[in-house]
Design a protein around this ligand. Structure first.
Ligand code: SAH
Length: 350
């Protein structure tokens, strides 16, 4: 596995770091000190850890390090978003997007190199799946960006797993990375500010429901009938809408929590008022909100974004049926950082 086996401590939990310390003839508490250094203080240089004893620092320097994915390129959008091309230790690359707003910043992270799910409208699908990311690499995406662009005080940090890949097809590493990101003694990003988006891998949704530490859940719905969804997302043959929505109905929500349904609006395909009425019917009775994402175009695919009035009309149908719906204009479109565009050839980076 890339990362840990090469002496990179990134991705190890508190317990694993304690074991690491013990395996190196150190007291357990030194593992906890390391955990705080890596995640709470985000240190990568052991020499700077002057509160650790000198012999321990020497042991660390001789045996391991903390290495984030390296920033290969940055593509800065006019709207403030930055698309990062990050290189992993085996030379594979992934992308992640930094999206600042007034009082909060959202990081959009990838879960896999490429993607095995063949959604017809998404450019990540064109790559195929290269490999899963490790938990250390996933957390490393966030840490690499935060080291490059430190978060101003008072700015809330949100994480969305909406980059390349299907997070629920990398379940174990995903759950571990959420544990690391949300642990109050480490990075301390509350679960409410972490959202995992899935095409709807039904058995893994059921597994996620049983995890003690889990993020919020978003489902890429994208269609209002089985037939339409299968045409856009062939995975719908394996996990049809009917089964997916049954899993959503059974999914245990925490107080105040809602499911998010993403709906990519494609002109003259899934953007009619009848589609909106069907979506409202499908989601009836669920504690849910809908994010409407006008399709982001790119080369080679036949789809087009809808006119704004179609988007507004769609939203109104949902709102009239008491289904909260938000229009999400994708950030970073000018640098191909928008939803579905990661891995399109971009303009020269800086
Ligand atoms: N594989 C997961 C995580 C990626 S999330 C998932 O699909 O949910 C990426 C989101 O962007 C999904 O909701 C997807 O439907 C949307 N998307 C993909 N291609 C898009 C495009 N060209 N325009 C707008 N949204 C797109």
């Amino acid at each position: 596995m890339a990362g840990n086996s090469a002496g990179n401590l990134l991705g190890l939990t508190r317990e694993e770091l304690e074991e690491w310390a013990v395996a190196h003839s150190q007291p357990r508490y030194r593992g906890r000190q390391l955990y705080r250094a890596v995640y709470a203080r985000q240190q990568t240089d052991f020499a700077a850890l002057t509160d650790l004893s000198k012999d321990f620092r020497q042991l660390l320097a001789a045996n391991c390090s903390v290495r984030y994915p390296s920033i290969e390129r940055r593509f800065e959008s006019r709207d403030g978003a930055v698309r990062y091309l990050l290189a992993l230790e085996d030379g594979q690359t992934v992308e992640a997007v930094y999206m600042p707003e007034e009082d909060r910043t959202t990081l959009c992270l990838s879960s896999q190199v490429g993607c095995a799910v063949d959604c017809r409208f998404c450019f990540s699908a064109l790559l195929g799946l290269k490999r899963n990311l490790t938990a250390g690499e996933i957390v490393g995406e966030a840490l690499a960006i935060l080291a490059d662009r430190p978060l101003p005080k008072q700015t809330r940090l949100n994480i969305v797993f909406m980059g390349m890949g299907e997070p629920l097809l990398n379940f174990v590493a995903m759950v571990k990375s959420v544990k690391l990101l949300s642990d109050p003694g480490g990075l301390a990003i509350p679960w409410r500010r972490i959202t995992l988006s899935t095409v709807g891998i039904v058995p893994r949704i059921n597994d996620l429901a049983r995890e003690p530490v889990r993020p919020k859940l978003a489902i890429s719905l994208n269609a209002s009938t089985e037939e339409q969804r299968t045409a856009l997302m062939p995975v719908n043959r394996k996990y049809p809408l009917r089964q997916l929505l049954a899993a959503c109905r059974a999914y245990p929500l925490r107080p105040g929590e809602r499911l998010t349904f993403e709906y990519v609006l494609i002109a003259d395909f899934n953007d009619s008022p009848e589609d909106a009425r069907r979506v409202a019917k499908l989601l009836r009775g669920l504690r849910a909100k809908v994010n409407l994402i006008p399709y982001n175009p790119g080369p080679e695919l036949p789809y087009r974004p809808p006119a704004l009035e179609r988007v507004l009309a769609f939203q109104k149908v949902l709102a009239d049926r008491e289904l909260p719906a938000f229009i999400r204009i994708s950030r970073g479109q000018d640098v191909q950082a928008a939803c579905g565009q990661l891995r399109l050839a971009g303009p020269a980076g800086c």
